[in-house]
Design a protein around this ligand. Structure first.
Ligand SMILES: [Mg+2]
Length: 176
């Protein structure tokens, strides 16, 4: 698989709420791995918004399994995951495959039945694609970012996102 394909999300949305849980279910998705910071909560916040909580409730009502997978530290990740009553993997060092495999084990789903939702191409999307998962890139929530993410990763993402514009990104789910 070419490097470009590995960086390419299956779906690109401007917000979490554009993701239709029913459509995911119909596409065969049974488990979802969530990035934490700037995907479901701004990096400098410590309370989830009501919208995020109700979106997550929808996932539960469809009986989809969910797990948080974050590169952040145990203190923040376990506190926030506890509030949502979700299992979590911290210090994941995405895009390594190991934490994604561990998350699949926790959920009990196959990679092709599992979606990864995250705001960063070089961690969330690359990691999910390496294992053949359904990757969904969301535009980052407006939170403060780690300086290296801001300076390096976002600049490289801009280049990749510009390449995407030349090739259409899927905007509809691919039914099997
Ligand atoms: Mg993030």
């Amino acid at each position: 698989m070419s490097i470009f394909k590995l960086l390419y999300p299956k779906l690109y949305v401007s917000s979490l709420f554009e993701i239709n849980v029913n459509d995911l279910y119909k596409a065969g998705i049974r488990g979802i791995l969530f990035d934490l910071d700037n995907t479901i909560i701004p990096q400098n916040a410590d309370v989830f918004s009501d919208e995020v909580c109700s979106w997550l409730k929808e996932i539960r009502s469809r009986n989809l399994k969910a797990c948080i997978i974050s590169n952040n530290n145990a203190k923040r990740v376990s506190k926030l995951a506890g509030e949502l009553d979700l299992p979590a993997i911290c210090y994941a060092i995405k895009p390594r495959c190991k934490p994604f495999r561990k998350a699949l084990e926790l959920l009990g789903t196959y990679p092709e039945q599992t979606a990864v939702i995250g705001d960063q191409i070089f961690t969330d999307i690359l990691g999910g694609n390496r294992l053949g998962m359904f990757t969904i890139l969301v535009a980052p929530m407006n939170g403060k970012e780690f300086w290296a993410t801001r300076l390096i990763s976002r600049q490289l993402e801009k280049i990749v996102l510009n390449l995407f514009k030349k090739q259409p990104v899927y905007t509809e789910y691919q039914h099997k």
